[in-house]
Structures are given as structure tokens and as C-alpha cells.
Design a protein around this ligand. Structure first.
Ligand SMILES: Cc1cc2nc3c(=O)[nH]c(=O)nc-3n(C[C@H](O)[C@H](O)[C@H](O)COP(=O)(O)OP(=O)(O)OC[C@H]3O[C@@H](n4cnc5c(N)ncnc54)[C@H](O)[C@@H]3O)c2cc1C
Length: 390
């Protein structure tokens, strides 16, 4: 039989050059379970498009990345978070969650990606996007925009929230628009505790504040679309700073626009996507392609990290008994390992979104009353466990 010179044959192919795709590639290269020429990575990300957002990584995921998966994080590259403060309108005091061991760390996405480095000749890299896919009993085929055809036993698709492969391989999901817009960026500040992260629930929006460096914080602002639709010339910085300085006036924490002109705002619509069965014949979804949640608890990439850990477990189990990596039993094992955690985090973050979005005054009083009670009981450990990871 004549082999098509444009067709290449692999055991596993990872699609996507975002955080999840790169982490999956790094974990598989370092695990040595797949021969160099049998692992393929479709990474079309342009090195010049630097992701300057930051991620909160749970302490447990951070420790595992360092100790079990050889990720070498330099101390100067991340900030440790030992306290999380949850603030609400008309509160007496915030709900304080302190953890002496640390809740987790804050790291800039581009620095995190650099820390996941591995020798690029330990796998085959393609720089062209996937345009279409089909499969037979033993293989899935990916047809790239440059005309190359990738033949592989298993595809791990980390192609993000708008995943093309999810659509092409007919994987169903629930898509729910939250009617909020996410605005993310940096602010300069004075008197902000550099070991604490803050989540503030206001009448029209939620603001997550993460310390980034001395006198600078990263914010994730989730704003009701109704406010944006009313004003076509909405001034993001002015409006945010007005809300924050008013809220923290008693504590003398002061926020100002960033001095550097290079810092740009990132603005996205936010939808929740829940994928009940994130696999099809010879393809499994990982990362945002498999679950998109509201960023209010900083858990989206944490779920993706856990996806990568669990994919590795399944592939190691398959290898031990000589099983084909793309067999349906391997895909089912992956789904069984992931399904409860993903459902739980999607449910918790979406419920928190709606509880705090309502902000009717009786509900707000109830929330503040509950926070006071929770603050005095061991029930608040549940929030700590959520923040630290499982
Ligand atoms: C403002 C904000 C703050 C956040 N903060 C946190 C946080 O603190 N902690 C946390 O855990 N999570 C956080 N998250 C969530 C986290 O950022 C995402 O979960 C994570 O970045 C998803 O990475 P991904 O690689 O799965 O997807 P993406 O980053 O979307 O990457 C998808 C990749 O697939 C590629 N691709 C797409 N289509 C194709 C194709 N056809 N062929 C080949 N390649 C393709 C794209 O080029 C891209 O490289 C936050 C999210 C937002 C919006």
C-alpha cells in the first residue's frame, strides 16, 4: 500500500497551544510513556501574542505540578496567597478565609507557560490549525489547514471555549449565557495586603482582586451587560476605580489607573458550558473545551490542570496492560474520574453567580447574616477546601 506523504501516524495528538494544551504536552513528554515520534502537538499560538492575565492555582495543584510533574517554578515568578477575603454590599465584616499553609499561588499566564518548557524535539509539532476531522475504527484523522493529514489513535482536544473539534465530532453540551461581561486588567494601588486575594460582590458587578507585585493588582471584573448597554462610552477604569475606592474608603486602600500605557484591558462575554460526556470516538476534550465556568472563584484552569493529571493516569493504566490509548474504555475511565468534580465546581460557581447577582435587599441581608455565622464556625472550612483544591 502506498503511504500518502502528507499523512503522519501518532499514538496521541494534542490540539491547542493555550495553557491546557501546553501543560498536557509537558506532562506527556516528561512521563516518557509515549515514544518521541509518536506524540504530536498542534500548537498554532503565536509567540508574540503574550497572555498577560494571571491565574490563581490551588495549593494542591501547585504542589503536584512541582513535585510530581517536574514543573520548576522560581520563587520570584509567583505570589503566595494565604488569605481570601469575601466582601459583600453593606457588610459588617468580610468573610475571612485564612490558611497558614497557603490557599494557592498567583502567576502570570505567559510566565506559567514558559515554566512548562520541555525539549521541542521530544515530540512532533505542527503549526497549522485543524480544519476538519473524521475517524475509522482504529484511528482519528485531523486534516490541517496546510493540507497535512494527522492519523492518530487518540486526540486530546484543548482547543478552548469555542472548540471546533467538539462541534465537528458532535459532542453535545449545554451553553448558558450569564448576561455579564468579563473585564480583566491591572490597577496600581496603595495599602493592599500582598498576601490576600479579595472577591467583592456589588449590586451590578463582582470584582476579583489578585495581588500581582508591590502596589499593583490584577482584577477580574464581571459586569452586568445592562450597565454596559446603557452607556456606549462606558469608561472602564474610571467606573471600576470609583466602585473600589468607595467600597474600601474605611480601610484606606486606594486604587488608581495603571501608569504603564502598555497595559491593555481584556474584555469577553461570559457563557457557562457544561459537557456531560466530553468524549467521542478516539477524541477526549480537556480544558475550556470540556468545561467553561465563571471566573469568580479562579477555578477554570485548575479544572484543566486536573484534567491533564487524570488523562495521564488513564494512559499509564492503558500502557501497563498494552491497551490502545484511544479505546473507548480509556475514554470512559477519564470521564468517570472527572465528572463529579467538574459538575460540582460548575454548580458551585454558577450558583454563587446567581445568589450574588440577585442582590435584593432581603437576600443581601441574609447573605451578610450567613457570612457572620459561617465566620464563627468550622463550616467555613468548606470554602478553604474549595480554594485549596482536592
Ligand atoms: C479573566 C479570566 C480570569 C481567569 N482567572 C483564572 C484563575 O485565576 N484561575 C483559574 O484556574 N482559571 C482562571 N481562568 C480560566 C482560565 O484562564 C482558562 O480556563 C484557561 O485559560 C483555558 O485554557 P485552554 O488552554 O483550555 O483554552 P484557551 O486558552 O482558549 O486555548 C485554546 C487553544 O486552542 C487553539 N485552537 C483553537 N482552535 C484550534 C484549531 N482549530 N486548531 C488548532 N488549535 C486551535 C487556540 O489557538 C488556543 O491556543 C480565568 C479566565 C478568565 C476569562
Amino acid at each position: 500500500m502506498i503511504k500518502n506523504k502528507n499523512e503522519e501516524n501518532y499514538d496521541v495528538t494534542i490540539v491547542g497551544g493555550g495553557l491546557t494544551g501546553k501543560l498536557m504536552a509537558s506532562i506527556l513528554v516528561n512521563s516518557n510513556i509515549i515514544a518521541k515520534k509518536k506524540l504530536c502537538w498542534i500548537d498554532t499560538d503565536n509567540k508574540s501574542s503574550i497572555d498577560k492575565r494571571v491565574s490563581f492555582i490551588n495549593y494542591n495543584n501547585f504542589l503536584k505540578l512541582k513535585k510530581n510533574y517536574g514543573c520548576n517554578f522560581l520563587n520570584k515568578n509567583y505570589m503566595k496567597i494565604s488569605k481570601i477575603e469575601i466582601h459583600n454590599m453593606n457588610e459588617k465584616n468580610p468573610l475571612n478565609l485564612e490558611d497558614k499553609n497557603g490557599h494557592g499561588i498567583i502567576i502570570r499566564n505567559d510566565i506559567l507557560k514558559e515554566n512548562l518548557n520541555f525539549p521541542e524535539n521530544d515530540l512532533v509539532i505542527h503549526k497549522s490549525k485543524v480544519a476538519s476531522t473524521n475517524c475509522d475504527q482504529l484511528h482519528r484523522y485531523l486534516i490541517l489547514e496546510d493540507g497535512k493529514k494527522v492519523k492518530t489513535s487518540l486526540v486530546l482536544s484543548a482547543d478552548g471555549n469555542s472548540s471546533l473539534l467538539r462541534k465537528l465530532s458532535k459532542i453535545n453540551y449545554i451553553n448558558h449565557a450569564l448576561n455579564h461581561t468579563i473585564i480583566s486588567g491591572y490597577l496600581n494601588c496603595k495599602n493592599f495586603d500582598m498576601f490576600s486575594a479579595k472577591q467583592i460582590f456589588l449590586k451590578d458587578s463582582f470584582i476579583g482582586l489578585l495581588p500581582y507585585s508591590k502596589n499593583m493588582i490584577n482584577f477580574v471584573w464581571s459586569l452586568d451587560n445592562g450597565i454596559l448597554n446603557k452607556n456606549s462610552k462606558f469608561k472602564y477604569y474610571n467606573e471600576l476605580i470609583k466602585r473600589l475606592n468607595y467600597f474600601f474608603s474605611q480601610e484606606n486602600i486606594i486604587f488608581i489607573s495603571p501608569k504603564s500605557k502598555n497595559i491593555k484591558l481584556q474584555i469577553y462575554p461570559i457563557n457557562v458550558k457544561y459537557v456531560k460526556k466530553p468524549f467521542q470516538k478516539r477524541i477526549a476534550l480537556i480544558g475550556d473545551a470540556a468545561h467553561t465556568i465563571h471566573p469568580l472563584a479562579g477555578q477554570g484552569f485548575n479544572l484543566s490542570i486536573e484534567d491533564c493529571f487524570d488523562v495521564l493516569k488513564c494512559l499509564q493504566n492503558a500502557k501497563k496492560i498494552g491497551k490502545d490509548f484511544g479505546e473507548v474504555s480509556v475514554l470512559k475511565e477519564y470521564n468517570n474520574l472527572r465528572k463529579y468534580r467538574i459538575k460540582f465546581i460548575t454548580l458551585v460557581t454558577t450558583s454563587l453567580f446567581y445568589i450574588f447577582k440577585k442582590q435584593k435587599s432581603y437576600l443581601n441581608k441574609l447573605i451578610n447574616f450567613s457570612f457572620e455565622k459561617i465566620d464563627k464556625t468550622s463550616f467555613k472550612n468548606i470554602f478553604k477546601i474549595l480554594a485549596r483544591g482536592y
